[in-house]
Design a protein around this ligand. Structure first.
Ligand code: ADP
Ligand code: MG
Length: 581
């Protein structure tokens, strides 16, 4: 993949392309630290391609360094190094429990990232969320397994052996030493894991308490800016629950915490513009993930099957059953088996809801800021002007109750612009200068009777696995991303901008790898429904861990949720569905 960048063409030697020279043989004989040092110094000034002789394992005593991939030229993506250290002194308490293991790995990864700031070695690490990722694993027995990048240094097309020696035989062993349990600030590491354990414990209580989400008193929801996910530093109003919605939940390390429980059913969030509605909803969207201590949202949790819903004009739809929302299109198309290369705002939002429910979501998060109005409401005057038989859309307002009553799908909806949803809300929370108030009673006194429409569960789809293909065509084997916008999967560019619960660039790569895995390990076998395939993949990932996805992949990735994997699959324009059940 990297050779394509034309190292060979531009520099006339090494690199990829046709007529590639045979790869040099890996260095033979004793391969330990001293030998590596010696060889790197000896390579100084040699042609860049000689770096390939480093491939394979090097014995550093405490750990094994494996050179997995060597870049073709200094401008190609970094080379890949793996460090396997069977014993790093991590205590059993931290590696036995999978939550603690993930948290400890994450913490150590952040520490490593900081230590490598001025190095050519790069370790991928997370933002505000604690997400399993390829770059570092804590392993059974108290060891660690790192997958890192190294930009092998060169002077033009010549090897800079001294710098490479310093990085691999100086910086790297120092780093591994510094990550030893005896060397790190253990209290901090334990506190980090404790915090994540608490977050998970809160989330696990939601279902039993019949809650969709929980927002602790004192939580800091607003972020520093539109481009920073760090907490607002000055002037943030801490969250305080309205008395009537306040619940207390237990945590293993913080004891009892109180805050607002968002009950199952239909919760409406209202309030004037700029009073913090979207900020609250955004915190709920992110509440499916665990946050690092100091984030402000450590104790904000949402059920992990919650999916943000939005309109997404222009997306493709492949045989999705959108019939609850769309009937009698002017084209006569069958909306129980709906296909479009260019969906409208309303049909795209309808598809997003139906697909989320199909993939197993039982909680929808909706913000008026990003919805198609005509799918949300239709007022009386419009109904008078455009009669029912001329309007194919059934607005969400008539479906939101049957969705919950009949299928257990709750909705949290931000809606400041229309009071129509008073009619269907179970609770109404008003934000006033960032403080939530329970205004359910007042809203109810303004509510009117409203007939519900019917919501039949969308039919389940069976996917043709051969349509999910990254192994043929010009782009074969390619999994790349452009910012948080596009995932390239083989020859396909998948627009993921509207998949708002991707929070980490690594998750986008992870979703690409998950598509590959869905097919390769026959989770998608042409028989199972999409949902069953996601179940099966999810089980395999839970059992084998995140690195199951990246066998042989030369880059960093992080674990996406099943809902984002499904969302990516649904946006793959090559997708073919063979059957609706
Ligand atoms: P709305 O959706 O009600 O129009 P937003 O959630 O977009 O409002 O918030 C408007 C502004 O207020 C944003 O700049 C946001 O960062 C800020 N904000 C939100 N919540 C708080 C808070 N608790 N304390 C201080 N500022 C906040
Ligand atoms: Mg808003």
């Amino acid at each position: 993949m990297t050779g394509r960048h034309g190292g060979g063409r531009r520099y006339g030697s090494g690199g990829g392309g046709k007529g590639r020279r045979p790869e040099p043989e890996p260095i033979r004989g004793v391969r330990d630290e001293a030998r590596l040092s010696q060889e790197l110094l000896k390579m100084d000034g040699a042609s860049y391609g000689r770096y390939k002789t480093l491939k394979g394992d090097w014995d550093f005593g405490d750990f094994t360094l494996t050179v997995q991939r060597v870049q073709a030229d200094p401008f190609a993506p970094p080379s890949r190094i793996r460090v396997y250290r069977p014993d790093a002194g991590i205590p059993e308490s931290a590696w036995k429990d999978p939550i603690r293991r993930r948290a400890t790995a994450d913490h150590l990864g952040r520490r490593a990232h900081g230590l490598l700031r001025r190095s050519l070695l790069k370790i991928d690490t997370g933002g505000q969320e604690v997400i399993a990722r390829s770059s570092i694993q804590v392993i059974e027995g108290g060891g660690m397994d790192l997958r890192i990048g190294l930009n092998l240094p060169g002077h033009g097309r010549r090897i800079d052996g001294r710098t490479a020696e310093r990085e691999l035989c100086g910086v790297l062993p120092d780093l591994i030493d510094d990550l030893d349990w005896d060397e790190i600030d253990r209290d901090q590491a334990i506190a980090f894991a404790d915090s994540v354990v608490d977050t998970v414990a809160l989330r696990e209580q939601l279902t039993d308490r019949q809650l969709v989400a929980f927002v602790a008193d004192g939580a800091i929801l607003p972020r520093r800016s539109g481009i920073s996910d760090e907490p607002m530093s000055k002037g943030a109003v801490p969250f305080t629950s309205p008395e009537s919605l306040r619940v207390s939940l237990e945590t293993p390390h913080r004891g009892t915490v109180s805050g607002m429980g968002v009950p199952e059913g239909i919760t409406l969030v209202v309030g004037g513009g700029f009073h913090g509605k979207s900020t609250l909803l955004h915190a709920l969207e992110r509440g499916v993930y665990d946050h690092i201590p100091g984030d402000g949202r450590e104790l904000v949790v949402t059920r992990d099957d919650a999916v943000k819903i939005r309109a997404e004009e222009g997306r493709g739809i492949e045989r999705t059953d959108v019939s609850p929302f769309v009937r009698n299109l002017p084209t006569g198309a069958d909306t129980g088996d709906f296909r479009s290369d260019n969906a409208s705002g309303s049909t795209s939002q309808a598809a997003n809801i139906c697909e989320a429910v199909e993939a197993g979501s039982r909680a929808l998060l909706v913000d008026e800021d990003s919805t198609a109005t005509n799918l949300m409401i239709r007022d009386e005057r419009m109904q008078e002007l455009v009669h029912g038989d001329r309007e194919p859309l059934v607005p969400f307002i008539g479906l939101v109750r049957p969705l919950y009553r009949e299928h257990g799908v709750s909705t949290v909806l931000v809606m400041g612009g229309s009071g129509d949803y008073f009619d269907v809300a179970d609770q109404v929370v008003m934000l006033d200068a960032y403080r939530p108030h329970d205004v359910t009673e007042q809203a109810r006194s303004l509510a009117r009777e409203r007939p519900d429409a019917e919501f039949a569960l969308p039919r389940a789809r069976v996917v043709d696995p051969t349509s999910v293909d990254d192994t043929t065509g010009k782009g074969r084997g390619r999994i790349k991303r452009r910012d948080m916008d596009v995932l390239t999967f083989g020859d396909n560019d998948i627009d993921v901008r509207a998949v708002e619960q991707f929070v980490d660039p690594g998750q986008i790569i992870g979703a690409g790898l998950a598509l590959r895995l869905l097919v390769r390990d026959r989770h998608l076998d042409g028989e199972r429904t999409l949902r069953e395939a996601l179940d099966s993949l999810e089980r395999a990932l839970a059992e084998k861990g995140v690195t199951l996805m990246g066998d042989g992949f030369g880059g960093d990735y992080a674990l996406p949720r099943r809902h984002e994997i499904g969302a990516v699959l649904n946006r793959l324009r090559a997708l073919r569905v063979t059957e609706l059940r």
